[in-house]
Design a protein around this ligand. Structure first.
Ligand code: GLY
Ligand code: MN
Ligand code: MN
Length: 496
């Protein structure tokens, strides 16, 4: 389980003792522990999302009467020896607490059952204080190294949640029984300690985790329909992402001039992501020329060559952790060739046809089916299929899918592929409802070595991806302000 801040030793916790120069004398320890000014106690007003998070906890509570629910934020993940990846809290934790990019790593939300519902407590590592060696000698969590942590009362007011020091979480672990459900992929150490306790409590060697799976499923399904705060965050994530696409277009001359122009695309986009939000919502795909045919091309180490297309699939994640997921495919020299335009406009037609049917009451899978009608029709029209479009669309054929192997839509929100644990009957086979946010992202990818397509098509990859909000009467394309027709894309490039 998570380590208690009160337990020694807290200094140099990883393999750094061979280069630690931290003084260990009593004189130094005494000297560094004193003569620090008091910090003013500032108790903030609840942040905007606190009320929304409380409503989400209430909804979750109703799903699990009498059950104790444990939702960890997760620990920092090691990237290399003693350096970590940038910390990001688990999405379910962020959803239920409203804590985003400023989450204290290792925090745990516990919903304790009461006769009327649940009582929520947020356990996190409170400030260690300047009398401890953690303060100056612990590069992982010490204030001198990574900055101060907020107080229990600060976070309680900020998030509108009862708070407790993480050291008290041992009492939760000690009383784990068959009524405890855990978000298992939140924090491996927490999972290990809860499972260990469960085995002890049940006096058995086999773990019963079906209840945990129910919890993970419900946490995912609760996010299928977004609340007002989430919809506003999605609008802001898309608006920030538009700025980043504009930046890339403005940087095109420098991008083309560099031998690894794709890296400059990534750098320009990600610069805006750090400036406007937390970071990118997923690794930026900057895929120029035939790299566009590699769906998750994130190595981004190729040149950006005039005459080719560049496919940029990227999204900004805000401090609330909500992310956009947008793709545009641009002619590097500003103008589509005739065949590039033909492919591009076919993909746009597929996207428009899919968007046209979106409204509450349809099935989610119909959106993909609508896009596929266009993809099949176009590839048949160009003579690429061994059968007619209608035959290809039959489930036992699907020849057109050679040129678009991925799906057309996924839910989007605090995870780029949101609601991943939701049941198929509520996701792919589910009914579309107002407040859902998802992508529409058809594409056509003609691999450079695909002998089924004429040479002029080979190496062309096009995807157009928009972020769609379902409204009471239909749908709104949240990313409509980022140019998406071939003519508008050319005008956008000409106007830079
Ligand atoms: N960027 C990954 C996706 O579009 O799903
Ligand atoms: Mn997507
Ligand atoms: Mn994408």
């Amino acid at each position: 389980m998570a380590k208690s801040p009160d337990k020694a030793p807290t200094a140099a916790p990883r393999a750094t003792s061979n280069r630690s120069t931290t003084p260990v004398s009593d004189a130094f320890k005494e000297y560094i522990s004193r003569d620090w000014a008091d910090r003013p106690t500032v108790i903030p007003a609840p942040r905007e999302q606190a009320g929304f998070a409380a409503a989400r906890r209430l909804a979750l509570s109703r799903h699990f009467p009498g059950k104790r629910l444990i939702i960890p934020a997760g620990a920092a993940k090691v990237r290399s020896n003693d350096t970590d990846y940038a910390y990001r809290a688990h999405s379910a934790f962020a959803h239920l607490t409203g804590w985003g990019s400023d989450t204290v790593a290792g925090s745990i939300l516990v919903l304790e059952p009461t006769p009327n519902g649940h009582e929520a407590t947020l356990y996190f590592r409170r400030p260690a204080g300047r009398g401890t060696d953690e303060f100056y000698a612990n590069p992982e969590i010490g204030e001198f190294w990574i900055g101060p942590r907020p107080s229990l009362s600060h976070v309680a007011a900020d998030l509108g949640l009862a708070t407790s020091d993480l050291s008290a979480f041992v009492d939760v672990v000690d009383t784990v029984d068959g009524n405890t459900l855990l978000l298992r992929d939140g924090d491996r150490d927490v999972t290990d300690s809860i499972d260990g306790r469960r085995l002890l409590a049940a006096d058995t060697e086999s773990l019963e985790t079906d209840g945990d799976a129910d919890l993970a499923r419900d946490l995912s399904e609760m996010r299928l329909v977004k609340d007002g705060y989430e919809i506003e965050q999605m609008r802001r994530a898309v608006a920030a992402t538009k700025l980043a696409f504009d930046d890339v277009i403005n940087d095109l001359p420098a991008i083309v001039a560099h031998e690894r122009g794709e890296r400059l695309v990534e750098g320009t986009f990600n610069r805006r992501a750090r400036a406007e939000g937390n970071t990118v919502g997923y690794d930026t795909i900057a895929a120029s020329g035939p790299h566009a045919c590699i769906l998750h091309w994130t190595r981004n180490d190729g040149p950006v060559v005039p005459g080719d297309l560049i496919l940029l699939d990227a999204g900004i994640e805000l401090d609330s952790l909500y992310t956009a997921d947008i793709t545009r495919t641009l002619p590097v020299n500003g103008t589509f060739t005739e065949v590039q335009r033909r492919v591009y406009e076919a993909v746009r037609e597929a996207a428009d046809a899919a968007f046209a049917i979106v409204k509450p009451g349809i099935r989610f899978r119909e959106i993909h089916a609508e896009a596929m009608k266009v993809i099949a029709a176009k590839t048949a029209e160009w003579g690429l299929l061994p059968v007619s479009a209608s035959e290809s669309l039959e489930p036992e054929h699907q020849y057109h899918r050679r040129y678009m192997v991925h799906g057309t839509s996924h839910h989007l929100g605090i995870d780029v592929h949101d609601c991943a644990q939701a049941r198929r009957e509520l996701y792919l086979d589910g009914i579309v409802d107002a407040g859902m946010v998802f992508t529409i992202e058809p594409g056509l990818y003609f691999q450079p070595d695909d002998l089924t397509v004429p040479e002029e098509y080979r190496g062309i990859g096009v995807r157009i991806e928009d972020n769609i909000l379902v409204t009471e009467s239909g749908a709104e394309n949240l990313s409509i302000d980022i140019p998406r027709t071939a003519d508008d894309v050319e005008a956008w490039l000409a106007g830079r």
